[in-house]
Design a protein around this ligand. Structure first.
Ligand SMILES: *Cc1c(COP(=O)(O)O)cnc(C)c1O
Length: 390
């Protein structure tokens, strides 16, 4: 299909479909590890790469290829490489593009496992500088002649700090470094980093791309020449996405835009409500006029996202009491699900960081993070009010 003429909502449903001899209307699931050849000449041509086609599902598979094509269309990238998880995607980028002696500049507010992965690169002679993502000056000051890659995530988790993607990507380009954006929170429904100048987008498809908390998956999206290199790494090293998970993710993508639109609307309403509740000291949500980077968020995202964080007076005891009073909202660290979830970052996702560093970063004891799903927003308000107003 000629994809340039279709809107994203249409691409989410129609892009990347593989045709089949049976004319099935629903997406086919190809559960096969290998593929057969018509004859010896075809086998040889496929192995040498002269002929395109399917040989082995560690390399690629029609269901996985359909997911890759659809996600690439949504992100506005030439090509996508799917992986077994979001961390596999990030690991594949690091192992594809970095070598001993290289230097990475990364935002200090990253998903915890991403930070650990970056720190682990020291064993391979790769140094990492962590900077305050919102400060362009900090990115610039961290540059070295050996800087090879910039890595960022925006909005950040859990405080929804916004990094100016266009500005940081331009700085990376000037320095001859690759810019990589983890677009897990916004998804291409709200934010398209490649159009803002980033070189690569990475995803944890586990979150909003699936949207229903069913499977793990990940992807790297960008220009064909870069993704070819990631592909060669993945087909050799093997962090491949399973066809079954790709099939689940394809159906998740079909509802991405309606889910994100409703989740953003509910999150904004919940954030506005929380601002009126006595005992709530601060609400973090990019869609609120009170967010310090509201204008930048409005420029770079087409919605505030589904994550709302807030600080209750009374520290850990008060936060735990709101958390424990939830009957509807799920007490789990996951996000991007149609089921709303609540997290107490200081005692879970950010517990490994020293208390002092945590406070400095704003992950205070009274902080709670809610990843808004698709329940009616009044029911979500009621669930939080039970703990907040008692
Ligand atoms: C969950 C998450 C990841 C890791 O993804 P997995 O699929 O769990 O491996 C990476 N980045 C962000 C922002 C995430 O939320």
């Amino acid at each position: 299909m000629s994809e340039a003429q279709y809107h994203p909502q249409t691409l989410a449903i129609r892009a990347g479909r593989e045709t089949s001899a049976f004319g099935e209307h629903s997406q086919a699931l190809f559960l096969t590890s290998s593929f057969t050849y018509a004859n010896a000449a075809e086998a040889a041509a496929m192995f040498s790469g002269e002929q395109d086609g399917y040989t082995y599902s560690r390399f690629t598979n029609p269901t996985v290829a359909a997911f890759q094509a659809r996600l690439a269309a949504l992100e506005g990238g030439e090509r996508a490489q799917a992986t077994a998880s979001g961390m596999a995607a990030i690991q594949a980028v690091m192992l594809t593009f970095l070598k001993s002696g290289d230097h990475v500049v990364a935002s200090q507010s990253l998903f915890g496992s991403t930070t650990n992965l970056l720190l682990g690169l020291a064993r391979f002679g790769v140094e990492v500088s962590f900077v305050e993502g919102a400060s362009l000056e900090a990115w610039r000051a961290a540059l070295r002649p050996s800087t090879r890659l910039f890595f960022l995530e925006t909005p950040s988790n859990p405080l929804t700090e916004i990094v100016d993607i266009a500005a940081v990507a331009a700085l990376a380009r000037e320095a001859g470094a690759l810019s990589v954006v983890d677009n897990c929170f916004c998804t291409p429904a709200l934010q398209r980093p490649l159009a803002l100048g980033a070189d690569l987008v990475v995803h944890s498809a586990t979150k909003s791309l699936d949207g229903h908390g069913r499977v793990l998956g990940g992807a790297v999206v960008g220009a064909d020449a870069l993704i070819e290199q990631v592909y060669l790494h993945v087909r050799t090293a093997g962090p491949t996405l399973s066809p079954f998970n790709a099939w689940v993710l394809l159906s998740g993508l079909e509802t991405l835009h309606v889910r994100m639109a409703q989740q953003c609307a509910s999150a904004l309403e919940l954030a506005r409500y929380l601002e009126t509740v006595p005992g709530v000291e601060r609400v973090y949500y990019p869609g609120l006029a009170s967010h310090p980077q509201h204008a930048l968020a409005a420029r770079q995202q087409s919605g505030g996202g589904a994550v709302v964080s807030f600080v209750v007076a009374g520290g850990r005891a008060a936060a735990w009491s709101v958390y424990d009073a939830c009957r509807l909202i799920s007490r789990t660290a996951n996000l991007g699900d149609v089921k709303t979830t609540i997290t107490h970052p200081a005692s879970t996702t950010h517990a490994r960081i020293s208390a002092e560093a945590r406070e400095k970063a704003g992950i205070v004891e009274g902080l709670l993070r809610v990843a808004v799903g698709l329940e009616h927003v009044d029911d979500l308000k009621g669930d939080l009010a039970r703990g907040l107003l008692k």
